[in-house]
Design a protein around this ligand. Structure first.
Ligand code: UDP
Ligand code: MG
Length: 313
């Protein structure tokens, strides 16, 4: 029998957290009764700098039930960093680590199936949604485009898998060796190369509360996913540059011909267009290069990914 820790990142989740703790505890207890898990199995909630009652709830639950542990960040460090902190702390003692969002949009009843797959030899079990009807049309189609685009530029992601997954202790320990600050966990997992299985589930609506991923955060997250895993955007600049210069040669011949035919004023519009297009391309290119340089700056600083203020074991 092995110890499981369920890691739950929570940012301002006072509305849903009590229910989440109750449901997850129940599921875990059933698995303990079935003698699949060790009695020491627990739930670790990572409070990502909430400003509501999230931490008070964790403290209360920690006092009533012995299976609730909590980590409190000194401020908001983001979902991905909350997951890393939870996984790291959990991997010190747990043989199995499951990560799941606090709003229970991912079906916690699949944790049993995940554990089965683990005992069948998988080090990583990915939860994959086979139905996103609970998400808004916008979220679904933007996610779809995002996965397609990443695939196109060579980042292999499992479509419709987010951060609901089980990992063995050694898989987590290996994962923790990826030390980048711009974290995109689901891009790293396939790079670990351990035996991976999948369980499928239907994504439900949030149990309560509002999404903590406003459009701005979502875009930033997607952009990190692209630029942390691929240099394709920088290569694209090169291709655009070659195309633009080729076009420049065409324009050159054209303007020479018009010049010889005595139609020089004629070139004005094409000139304006080229200046704007080329100026635009240059700015985009500089922006993309700047993004990578910015990433390098952030990485070389080697700042901590998160700061833990309190740890209730
Ligand atoms: N979350 C977090 N820090 C943040 C934003 C979100 O820890 O800065 C947590 C949040 O509490 C939830 C999970 O990440 O447990 C996923 O967030 P949410 O459900 O709001 O995202 P969505 O499902 O809308 O994409
Ligand atoms: Mg959610």
């Amino acid at each position: 029998m092995e110890k499981l820790t369920i890691v739950v990142p929570a940012f301002n989740e006072e509305e849903v957290l009590p229910t989440t703790i109750q449901i997850l505890s129940k599921i875990e207890n059933q698995l303990i009764e079935k003698k699949l898990l060790d009695r020491a199995s627990n739930i670790l909630i990572v409070d990502d700098g909430s400003v509501d009652r999230t931490w008070q709830i964790i403290e209360q639950e920690h006092q009533i039930r012995k299976n609730i542990a909590g980590i409190r960040f000194s401020r908001n460090f983001g979902h991905q960093n909350a997951l890393v902190a939870g996984m790291k702390a959990a991997s010190k003692t747990a043989k199995l680590i499951v990560t799941i969002d606090a709003d229970l949009q991912d079906d916690p009843h699949k944790i049993g199936d995940m554990i089965d797959k683990f005992f069948q030899g998988a080090d990583i079990v990915l939860g994959v949604r086979n139905n996103r009807s609970a998400d808004t049309w916008f979220k679904r189609s933007s996610a779809n485009c995002f996965y397609k685009f990443l695939n196109l530029i060579g980042v292999k992601l499992v479509p419709n898998h987010a951060d609901f997954r089980l990992m063995s202790q050694r898989a987590v320990q290996t994962f923790l060796q990826y030390r980048e600050r711009n974290l995109f966990i689901r891009g790293i997992i396939p790079l670990l190369g351990f035996k991976t299985a999948k369980v499928f589930y239907k994504r439900s609506p949030r149990l309560a509360g509002k999404s903590k991923y406003p459009l701005k955060k979502m875009l930033a997250f997607a952009w990190d996913g692209i630029t942390s895993f691929s240099v394709a955007p920088v290569r694209l600049i090169l291709i655009l540059g070659i195309l633009a210069s080729s076009w420049g040669i065409v324009m050159l011949s054209y303007s020479l011909i018009t010049k010889f035919l005595g139609l020089t004023v004629h070139g004005w519009s094409s000139l304006m267009i080229s200046i704007w297009i080329l100026g635009g391309l240059q700015m985009i290119s500089l922006g993309i290069i700047g993004e990578y340089i910015g990433k390098i700056t952030l990485e070389v600083k080697q700042r901590p990914r998160y700061i833990i203020q309190t740890y209730l074991k």
